[in-house]
Design a protein around this ligand. Structure first.
Ligand SMILES: Cc1cc2nc3c(=O)[nH]c(=O)nc-3n(C[C@H](O)[C@H](O)[C@H](O)COP(=O)(O)OP(=O)(O)OC[C@H]3O[C@@H](n4cnc5c(N)ncnc54)[C@H](O)[C@@H]3O)c2cc1C
Length: 465
């Protein structure tokens, strides 16, 4: 009975998890285990780390501990954008590492989109991978100014016209008809995926390589050489990796490492071919806009629109809670976005609504860390941009742990330290201000077509540009 209840709960976490063939949990850890590497968290970061470690060193004994099931967290719930672009503010890394290092990091993210597709094909993971790029639209003049500025900024950092370019109105229209779009930009460096099928398939691939995965096995204490589990079992390991992203804030001493901000999504029912003929959107592109609380969308492999956005309120007492995964206001805002921008789909039923917590560091810039002396490592802080970043983090952690002097281990996020968030209630007030001010700025720009200066009020707390 317990298993059936859990499977229903897991299925409800996202459209993607609902579509997985089986969510039957793997065994729970019951006795002490000795291994070379213990990894806590079976999302993309933990599983990519395990995967590359075993590919590079097949004899390594790797154990993964997961509190729920593989892909239970945002890895099984996200927008399915395997998108390039660093999970950070370029400015933050630029100050410390210089322009060349940042461009190298950006180029690594371009290549990683293909790397994810390569492994999916190699391991026969049917995750709907389509390398179709991203179309970004602007629907007001302030959005258009930001769109142009963002293309210019990327070109100034060394991107070419093949990496990102503005789209002529006719070219945009030929790809996808977004009502109200004044202009668009295109980058080819994104693939659309079904994230749950990728992360669950990756867990299976890890097992085939000999990784031991324990599910419903919560780590209570993560320390040098050992992980203590809620069941009382102890995993002894020479190396211990913590890959728990936003959930890290639930661990002792880690509360202020990230701001756990929620991102929420909806999906429509599958749309008819007549509707798709009106919309276009035939090449698997992902689509977003330039609002401050921007939307991100994909056409799913079963012909739905799956669309997400921020804006869910942060709750002081329980920042991470399943109650936060659904919110009527955000659901309606996303449904209205579908109606406004894709009027052909205005009568489509919204069949799914879900969400999950993002791990947002104080400077919005990810880190991959490994301490040779203690054998402890961790990676995360992707702030909602973790699909590609987690693959890079997994490869980098594998190289660091195996002492391989590759290009990856000198990328700017390696060893990066973000300062901690302010204590509550400041972190709470900051998160409320981010959502409140940015939402009101979007409304102002939509109605007046003029830039909202109020965004400066939250500048100290948002991604430094
Ligand atoms: C709605 C939404 C949409 C998003 N869209 C995109 C997108 O389109 N593209 C993109 O790049 N990123 C997106 N993201 C972000 C992306 O999903 C994450 O950055 C990424 O999945 C993080 O992977 P992870 O493995 O580091 O963490 P997670 O997926 O959070 O995995 C951590 C795992 O650790 C487990 N765990 C936690 N605590 C313990 C413990 N004590 N013991 C054992 N196990 C534990 C959890 O159960 C979880 O399975 C989105 C996120 C959300 C919520």
């Amino acid at each position: 009975m317990h298993v059936d209840f859990d499977q229903a709960r897991y299925r409800e976490r996202s459209l993607w998890l609902e579509g997985c063939a089986s969510l039957k949990p793997r065994p729970t850890i019951s006795g002490d285990v000795g291994c070379d590497v213990a990894i806590v968290g079976a999302g993309f970061t933990g599983l990519w780390s395990a995967y590359y470690l075993k590919r590079l060193a097949p004899d390594l004994r790797v154990v993964v501990l997961e509190r729920e099931i593989a892909g239970f967290g945002p890895s099984g719930r996200n927008g399915g954008w395997a998108s390039a672009g660093i999970a950070a503010s370029p400015k933050v890394y630029l100050r410390r590492h210089g322009a060349g290092s940042v461009l190298r990091a950006e180029r690594e993210t371009f290549a990683t989109v293909g790397e994810i597709g390569r492994v999916a094909a190699l391991e026969s993971i049917d995750c709907g991978f389509v390398h179709g790029g991203t179309v970004t639209v602007a629907t007001t003049r302030p959005q258009l100014a930001r769109l142009k500025a963002s293309v210019d900024a990327r070109r100034a950092r060394g991107f070419t016209a093949d990496d990102v370019r503005l789209l002529e109105a006719s070219e945009l229209d030929e790809r996808v008809r977004v009502a109200g779009a004044l202009a668009g930009a295109f980058t080819p460096h994104t693939a659309r995926i079904d994230p749950a099928r990728l992360v669950r398939g990756l867990a299976d691939a890890c097992e085939r390589l000999g990784v031991m995965i324990f599910e419903r096995s919560e780590a209570r204490r993560i320390g040098r050489g050992r992980v203590e589990c809620a069941t009382g079992a102890v995993v002894r390991a020479s190396h211990v990796l913590r890959t728990t992203e936003a959930y890290t804030t639930e661990l002792a001493g880690e509360k202020r490492r990230f701001l756990p901000l929620y991102s929420l999504m909806i999906a429509t029912e599958p749309l008819s071919s007549a509707i798709w003929e009106e919309i276009g959107w035939e090449r698997g592109e992902t689509i977003n806009d330039q609002r401050h609380l921007f939307f991100y969308a994909q056409r799913t492999s079963d012909d739905r629109i799956a669309i997400g956005g921020r804006g869910a309120p942060y709750r002081l007492g329980s920042p991470i809670d399943e109650v936060n995964e659904r919110n009527d206001v955000v659901r309606e805002r996303l449904a209205a976005t579908v109606r406004r921008h894709f009027p052909a789909a205005r009568d489509a039923a919204v069949t799914h609504h879900w969400g999950g917590p993002l791990g947002v560091p104080r400077d919005w810039s990810m880190a991959v860390c490994y301490d040779v002396r203690s054998g402890l490592g961790w990676a995360g802080g992707y702030a909602g941009h973790g699909v590609v970043a987690a693959n890079i983090a997994g490869r980098t952690l594998a190289d660091l742990l195996l002492d391989r002097q590759t290009d990856l281990v000198s990328l700017p996020w390696v060893g990066h330290q973000s300062r901690r968030w302010e204590p509550e209630p400041i972190r709470f007030l900051a998160s409320r201000a981010i959502v409140g001010v940015l939402g009101s700025a979007d409304r102002h720009e939509d109605t007046t077509d003029r830039p909202a200066r109020r965004v400066r009020l939250v500048a100290p707390f948002v991604l430094p540009r």
